[in-house]
Design a protein around this ligand. Sequence first.
Ligand code: PEP
Ligand code: CO
Length: 452
Amino acid sequence: MTTTTAHESGSAPAHPSWRDRPAAQQPDWPDPRRLAEVTGELAGLPPLVFAGECDVLRERLAAVARGEAFVLQGGDCAETFAGATADAVRAKLQTLLQMAVVLTYGASVPIVKIGRLAGQFAKPRTRPTESRDGTELPVYRGDAINGVEFTAQARTPDPGRLLRAYHCSAVTLNLCRAFATGGYADLHQVHAWNQDFVSRSPAGQRYERLAREIDRALAFMRACGADPEELRAVELYSSHEALVLDYEQALTRCDSRTGLMYDTSAHFVWVGERTRDLDGAHVEFASGISNPIGVKIGPDAKPGDVLALIARLNPAGDPGRLTLITRMGAGRVRDTLPPLISAVIAEGIDVPWICDPMHGNTFEAPSGHKTRRLRDVVDETGGFFEVHRSLGTHPGGIHIEFTGDNVTECVGGSHEIAADDLYQRYETACDPRLNRSQALDLAFTVAEYYQG
Ligand code: PEP
Ligand code: CO
């Protein structure tokens, strides 16, 4: 991560404007006094990221909008408190770094690396409750809100969890910063990231061949007397869905350099498909912060909806400010995406377009597991590239859910996982994630698509 000085100071307004709007997907906190205590405490805690870092990411995303860079955004669907360990975070970074190397080398384009981590602790849900064997309890909304176990106690929203979410985010971000700049992400370590189970998979072996080519290139450069600093560290950013507005607000601070408000819970936050109502609280909140932000766009979005969101969230037309993350589904992307892109180009607006090939492709396997086919994920990504190529726009990146572990949550891949295997290591707290070798399979394919 880049280092900039802390300039944050000042507190947010006592009654931010989003509080006058309907806020979807908020937990039903049983004890509002405790919530006020917690948000008061959070408001006094240090920022997790600095405004200057957010500004650098905004510049990187402007380069993506210009067609000069590509975004790799990924991590868990839902992080868990138990997952904030050095091993788990390292494994996720390994996946991100390996994918980034495949994309940088294969597509010859700078990769903007954004982790879906260090804050991704809250989930929008389709239904407010869950029933099992005749018992109905509040649905699990992420570790920041309640516990995943199916008991009345665990499922009762507890504001104290917001503080734990903050501390787990801080721990995770600290690990990321250390891994990114402390030598682990040095390109000379390109082989070291390909360890354990993944090195035995076909994707891992393909990666090994690529790593050997990189080694040779590095040796050649060294022999020529070039050993650039840029290879020793990576720039890595954090992101999550800005869902629980009391939490995001408590971390929103005034940047004393500029007088602008930044949500210091992450470098990049996005508004989800279920909360992007133009008149709702989430869009209002996002309009008031100066971070680079994203909005998820699903298959039912109309060109007018997208233009209205752009007008609300990026009135100045700053190309790095608002990223559109489309998640259409493999079967619909080729029909639903073109009218949206055409409408945006007709207005002369530049935005980074990113493909989330996960959330439109979830289905239930016969075993009852929520899953996704790697084939569909690849197909939606392919459709995204085709559509952008045919309209002359830049396919700006991918947004995916993965883990560093050898889980069996999505089916397919060069190291095939069948529907009957899903029970073996199904560990996600929410949506099914690609395992490391499936994530690498996808990276190789995306690199090919990018080259055209
Ligand atoms: C998510 O990214 O986990 C998510 C819930 O996505 P969407 O808002 O696109 O459904
Ligand atoms: Co998800």
